[in-house]
Structures are given as structure tokens and as C-alpha cells.
Design a protein around this ligand. Structure first.
Ligand SMILES: *Cc1c(COP(=O)(O)O)cnc(C)c1O
Length: 398
């Protein structure tokens, strides 16, 4: 079947909850993919950072196939031989005491919310059902009913009420607003250290640290959603590292699954994740041996291939070049490491139009908000491929 036939079939049988570029991908290797008609594209989105190691990373693939032959799923009703090593390795990697594994990012965020609430009631002493969690304007944490409750994008909420009580919104990492929003019932601040879906919005300088300190002084958990920013993407292992902040609760997903499996996790100290008792919370697939094997490999590759450093160096050079593109379209180039946003002037028209043109040029990327193109290639991308991408961007946006 060719591209058109595939698109017709998808339009006919799939719910229309996405409006993707119409490219139909059939193969991938490293930073490159090929569509059903044999056209090649450079993947400058990496499945929203889930493909930090690129498509078909040989080590990920080998472990995935080998583990699939041995054992794929036990449920947590039984232990499996990948789970212990996974827990040990990821907690050491993140310098945390405990881990609670889930699958998708949204599930991990839900888990963090439950953790903060239970911690609030059992440790902090908040009155039953009074716990409050503070979130930031323009956030993205996933798509469950509870999570869209505190979205500030009307489309994410429209038609999905009634919502979950217990959330407050402040301007993104605004220390004054945080201080004012905290009450005796506040159990946590949930925040992305860089807002990805929100348009690659950078934290105001020093604000992560200041908000962290405010949380500390009020006995409020600082919960970092590093699902998109974590595991090397921003040039450090975690985006919070840029301000030497070690969150109380760390939420990981996307790249943790090595690009082949949904694997997410919540990590925290014993005092915090220790609040769970058997039966309180769970997931049939969470901690499955296939996911654990792949995640263990993902963490090893990140270290062995020094990918955080690579993201820092490649990202800095690439951003510097992007800033040399003249013309009337680009308003700002911003980001950290290989998480890069190109904001367009309003008069240039929506970013989506340029994503289509770039696709025709052989480069895949995605608009986030109306005026922002996000560039987030696999961290394993070759410098010459970034040069190639630069030429395409300069041609289309220059
Ligand atoms: C993608 C994302 C999520 C949701 O992850 P899913 O796996 O799509 O549920 C949550 N938070 C952030 C910051 C994300 O980028």
C-alpha cells in the first residue's frame, strides 16, 4: 500500500484525536526513517524524546529480542529476574532510594500525584481529602482526566469534565506566586524543568532552585516531570541538574523505554515512596521483564555513549548556527542541549505550515504551540546529519 492508501485507511478507521503529518513510516535506523514509498527522512522529533537512542539502537534491539525470547510478562503477582536489577540500577543512576515502575508518562504522573497525596496524609499530617498540589500555567503532564484537570489549554479539558479537585495553578516557576499559593494543605509542586509541549519554555534563570528552596522550607514535595527533559536530552542527565536541584520526586518516561517499550517510573526517597503498602497502587505491565531489560540497557547506553555530553555539545553548536539564520520569520531560537524551539513571528504564519514544507524537504519535525517548531533529534544523531538539517531549516525559514 502506498502513502495515500494508508492515510485513507487511517482516516476511515481511526479516531481523529491526532492530525499528523501524512508521512507513513515503515522503517527506521538511527536518526533516519523511510516511508512506505521508499522516501527517506531525518527524524528531528524522536517521538517527543522517546527515541533519544535513535531508531533500532543495536544494543536495545539485541536485549529486546533476547529478553522477548526468555520472558516478557509476569505481572507483579510474581517477581521476575529483571525487576531487581532494574530497581537497583535505576535508583543508583538517579541517586534515589526507591522506584515505582509504570508504563506511560501519564501513569507515572498519576503515581506521583498519589504519592504526594498519601505522603501528605500519612507523613505531613494534612486533614483527609484536603491535599493540594500546585502546578504551573502552560503545563503538559499527560492526558488522563485528573491530569487535564490542571491543564491550562482549553482544548485538553473541553468536554472531559467533571474534573478532579485539589490542584492550583501558578505562573511557570514563579517563586512569589508559589510562596503565596502554599497553604498548610499543600503537598507538592509538580513542574517540568523545561516546558516541552508548552513551546520549549525555559525556566526563568534561578527559578528551579528558588522554587525548590521554597518547597523545602514549607515541607512541600518538589516533583519534577522529567519525562521529556530527562535522560540526556537537555545536555545534562536531568534538566534539574542545570540548577543543581535534586527533586524530591522524579518522574521519568519516554526515553526510559529505549524507543521500543512504554516504560515509566517514579523515584523518591524511602520517606516518600515508602508510603505505599501492598495493594495501594499498581499496574499489570509495570515492572515487566521486557521493559525492565530495555530500560536497564537504555541507562547503560546513556552512560557508555556519553549522550548527555553529546547533546550539550551538538545542541549548543546547532542552536548557535540556527541563530545565524536571518530573515523575517524567526523570532527566537531557544532550548538546552538537543531540546530546541524555534519561535516564529506571528506574521510568518503557523509553525505547522513550515513542518509540512520541511517534510517535503526530507526532515520531520513538529510544531508545539502555534508559533513554535520543536527540534529534538535522537541524541545519537551524527554531526553531518545536523549540518544537513541546518541547510533544510535555513532554506525553509531563512
Ligand atoms: C509526554 C509527556 C507526558 C505524558 O507521557 P505519555 O507517555 O504520553 O503518557 C507527561 N509529561 C511530559 C513532560 C511529557 O512530555
Amino acid at each position: 500500500m502506498d502513502t495515500q492508501k494508508h492515510n485513507e485507511m487511517i482516516d476511515r478507521y481511526s479516531a481523529r484525536n491526532y492530525a499528523p503529518l501524512p508521512v507513513v513510516i515503515a522503517k527506521g535506523q538511527g536518526a533516519w526513517v523511510e516511508d512506505v514509498d521508499g522516501r527517506r527522512y531525518l527524524d528531528m522529533l524522536s517521538a517527543y524524546s522517546a527515541l533519544n537512542f535513535g531508531h533500532n539502537h543495536p544494543r536495545v534491539l539485541e536485549v529486546f529480542i533476547e529478553q522477548a525470547r526468555q520472558l516478557t510478562l509476569t505481572s507483579r503477582a510474581f517477581q521476575n529476574d529483571q525487576f531487581g536489577p532494574f530497581c537497583k540500577e535505576i535508583t543508583e543512576f538517579c541517586a534515589m532510594d526507591l522506584v515505582l515502575p509504570m508504563n506511560t508518562g501519564a501513569e507515572a504522573v498519576e503515581t506521583a500525584i498519589k504519592t504526594a497525596r498519601k505522603w501528605g496524609y500519612t507523613i505531613k499530617g494534612v486533614e483527609p481529602d484536603q491535599a493540594e498540589i500546585i502546578c504551573c500555567d502552560n503545563n503538559f503532564h499527560g492526558r488522563t482526566v485528573t491530569i487535564v484537570t490542571f491543564s491550562t489549554d482549553p482544548q485538553f479539558r473541553d468536554g472531559f469534565g467533571p474534573f478532579t479537585p485539589g490542584f492550583k495553578i501558578i505562573p511557570y516557576l514563579d517563586p512569589k506566586a508559589l510562596e503565596q499559593a502554599i497553604t498548610k494543605n499543600t503537598v507538592g509542586l509538580l513542574v517540568e524543568p523545561i516546558q516541552g509541549e508548552g513551546g520549549i519554555v525555559m525556566p526563568p534563570p534561578g527559578s528551579l532552585k528558588r522554587c525548590y528552596d521554597i518547597c523545602r522550607s514549607h515541607n512541600v514535595l518538589f516533583m519534577a516531570d522529567e519525562i521529556q527533559t530527562g535522560l540526556g536530552r537537555t545536555g545534562r542527565v536531568f534538566a534539574c541538574d542545570h540548577e543543581d536541584v535534586k527533586p524530591d520526586v522524579l518522574i521519568l518516561g519516554k526515553a526510559l523505554g529505549g524507543g521500543v517499550m512504554p516504560v515509566s517510573a517514579v523515584l523518591a526517597s524511602k520517606d516518600i515512596l515508602g508510603v505505599f503498602n501492598p495493594g495501594d497502587h499498581g499496574s499489570t505491565f509495570g515492572g515487566n521483564p521486557l521493559g525492565c531489560a530495555v530500560a536497564r540497557t537504555a541507562l547503560k547506553i546513556l552512560t557508555d555513549e556519553n549522550l548527555s555530553q553529546r547533546a550539550a555539545e551538538l545542541g549548543e553548536a546547532f542552536m548557535a548556527r540556527l541563530r545565524t539564520i536571518g530573515g523575517s520569520k524567526i523570532k527566537e531560537v531557544r532550548g538546552r542541549g538537543l531540546l530546541i524551539g524555534i519561535e516564529l513571528h506571528t506574521q510568518a504564519g503557523p509553525a505547522k505550515t513550515y513542518c509540512k514544507t520541511l517534510k517535503d524537504e526530507g526532515m520531520l519535525c513538529k510544531d508545539t504551540v502555534e508559533q513554535v517548531l520543536r527540534l529534538a533529534p535522537p541524541l545519537v544523531i551524527e554531526p553531518k546529519d545536523l549540518d544537513w538539517a541546518f541547510e533544510r531549516v535555513a532554506k525553509v525559514l531563512g
